[in-house]
Design a protein around this ligand. Structure first.
Ligand SMILES: [Zn+2]
Length: 401
């Protein structure tokens, strides 16, 4: 991924809206301090986010702009967390920001957790954003350190930004996984005999999976929700389960139904037994299991049935020297930590870069070089000295005049 101009522009729009809110609340940095009586109207605390509160504490206008610009750049350049679980451990200079994207496919959930290391004078600000078209929209206010936050389907970003007055160490963990429980007791993926998308007569596709099991094997509520019995020629005895997540689960060809015609059920509750009712008569007993996004059609159930979000591996400590230079004839700056990450830039011997974080994919490091963020193999870096020229700029630097 390269720098995304639309996303960057969109983020500006959101920040501009927040500034308007700040102005309305009359709580700008010049809002009468130390004189006993405030000239400004009383602040409305619920109209201000943690970002606005921190911005209001920065005296200098250029420093405020730089702090905002650092967040914009971090979001615009945020790499996508690789795989289903990823963690990085980094050090931020005062005002510096890093962000990571996580893409949560339909039927899955994401989990984001931030830990802060050391005891910084002011802990870094952590925020979650959701990509809405080309605009990053902030979800809620700030994320407390240590707590895991759950995110739903879509593209999200976790942003960590050091307070302008204090650097900080952080560990950021992002993971994603299935949200649904496997729908047949004692069965597993190898019992799936028909997959989503298989062709069916009349140009239809198979809008679900078939899980083969002995007649009467309990079928289980994939999520908490409201379950309803239905009867149809195709499905035979069926149950529809409407979950609060916006997904509806369809259970067909049941031998018997074990719930009231409409019942609130917990995840894992028995809905009925595997059978061969409807158009499955004469075939081996199996559960036809479908997942529908309400109003938007069916999805492949397999991602939903993947393991729930897992802990990432513990990242290694980042090198003690944040300023580094390339110690090889050339080094690829990649969009992801690994030899298969797309190449964003090619760095020449001696090129200066700043190490932002160590990843859980040792020896890959997250770096910034020439204003571009990415990942490099840490085995080809050496500590930079004063003789290596000016350092890679980082943190909340003032915009160029
Ligand atoms: Zn089927």
């Amino acid at each position: 991924m390269t720098r995304s101009a639309p996303a960057r522009r969109g983020f500006r729009i959101v920040l501009a809206a927040l500034c308007v809110l700040t102005a309305v609340a009359g709580c700008g940095p010049r809002g009468g301090n130390g004189e006993g009586v405030s000239q400004a109207p009383a602040a409305l605390p619920w109209t201000r986010s943690e970002r606005e509160r921190r911005l209001a504490r920065i005296e200098d206008e250029a420093a405020r702009a730089a702090w905002t610009a650092a967040a914009e750049e971090a979001l615009a350049q945020a790499p996508t967390a690789p795989g289903d679980a990823y963690a990085e451990r980094g050090r931020l200079q005062p005002g510096e920001a890093v962000a990571l994207r996580i893409e949560v496919p339909p039927g899955q959930v994401g989990r984001i957790r931030l830990q802060v290391h050391g005891q910084p004078a002011a802990p870094p600000l952590a925020e979650l954003y959701r990509l809405d078209g080309a605009t990053w929209r902030r979800l809620g206010d700030s994320v407390p350190a240590g707590a895991a936050r759950r995110v739903e389907e879509g593209v999200h970003a976790a942003l960590v930004q050091a307070d302008p007055g204090a650097g900080a160490g952080y560990t950021l963990q992002l993971s994603r996984g299935g949200r649904a429980m496997f729908p047949v007791e004692g069965a597993a993926r190898y019992d799936i005999g028909g997959v989503y998308g298989d062709p069916r007569p009349g140009g239809r596709i198979h809008e679900g999976i078939d899980v083969f099991a002995e007649r009467g094997t309990p079928v289980l509520a994939a999520e908490q929700g409201v379950a309803m019995q239905r009867q149809s020629d195709l499905g035979g005895r069926t149950v529809w389960l409407r979950a609060g997540s916006g997904l509806s689960y369809y259970y067909a060809h049941l031998d018997e139904v074990a719930i009231e015609p409409a019942a609130r059920v917990e995840q894992g509750e028995v809905l009925g037994g595997v059978g061969s009712s409807g158009n499955a008569q004469g075939t081996p007993p199996h559960l036809h299991f479908g997942i529908y996004r309400r109003g938007r059609g069916s999805i492949d159930p397999l991602p939903s049935l993947a393991a729930p979000p897992q802990e990432a591996f513990e990242p290694i400590e980042p090198p003690a020297w944040p300023e580094a230079r390339v110690d090889a004839s050339a080094l690829n700056l990649r969009a992801a930590p690994g030899d298969d990450g797309a190449v964003r830039e090619r760095l020449e011997r001696g090129a200066r870069l700043r190490v932002l974080a160590a990843t859980d994919r040792a020896p890959w490091l997250r770096v910034r070089a020439g204003g571009v963020q990415g990942f490099v193999h840490g085995g080809y870096l050496a500590e930079a000295t004063a003789a290596d020229g000016p350092p890679e700029e980082g943190g909340a630097r003032a915009p160029a005049p």
